[in-house]
Ligand binder design. Sequence first.
Ligand SMILES: [Zn+2]
Length: 242
Amino acid sequence: MEIVKMLVPQSKYAIKCPHEMKPEFIIIHNTANDASAINEISYMIGNNNKVSFHCAIDNEKIVQGVPFDRNTWNATDGGNGTGNRKGIALEICYSKSGGERFEEAERLAAEYTAYLLKQYGWGIDRVKKHADFYPQKGCPHRTLQEGWDRFLNLVKSYLEEKPIPDDNIESGSDEPVRIYQNGSTTENVYADTACTIKIGSLYPREKCDCFGVFNDRAMVRYNVNNTSNYKIGFCKWLGGVK
Ligand SMILES: [Zn+2]
């Protein structure tokens, strides 16, 4: 189970996670999108909408964007809503088109949910769905369509039949954020590791945060023109990773 932390900078807490939180349960969502977990989190951190969630999970990894001791705007139940103020929000990726990678993402989400339940000493009754707080949205749409009890049983199977080894579970999850220092030329920043969509660039010698290397690209979080806006994207030049 690979867990990557890409945490929202504190300067954006006021928008994304303004309240301290003592979590009481887990809320399952589907993204209704076809983007990877890294892209979901980078988009969530990068924009200034009061929409947020703690983790996105795809068929390969769990990406955490907000610490569990902060609230997120995930449950559509208002500023003091129980879902928004007490739930750990998990988004399962690739639910728009579904298929094998969604099923794999759902399995990983079930495994991670079981892991969190064990960490907090909670039972299966602590697994909620977005629709419990705001039925109109029908979220998690594909997980519900394919059977909510089926998903809960999957979580239970990880809880009971396949105990999760505590040893290697956190490996690689808590890497410190590194620094990226650009070289002497302008470096393009792309939305994706295939580098097809340019979202911005770094000045020569510009320094910013780096979350590590994925698919041979450096993932950077940089400040947009000295505003309070951050963007996360990928650079081709790996020499800047310090
Ligand atoms: Zn939802």
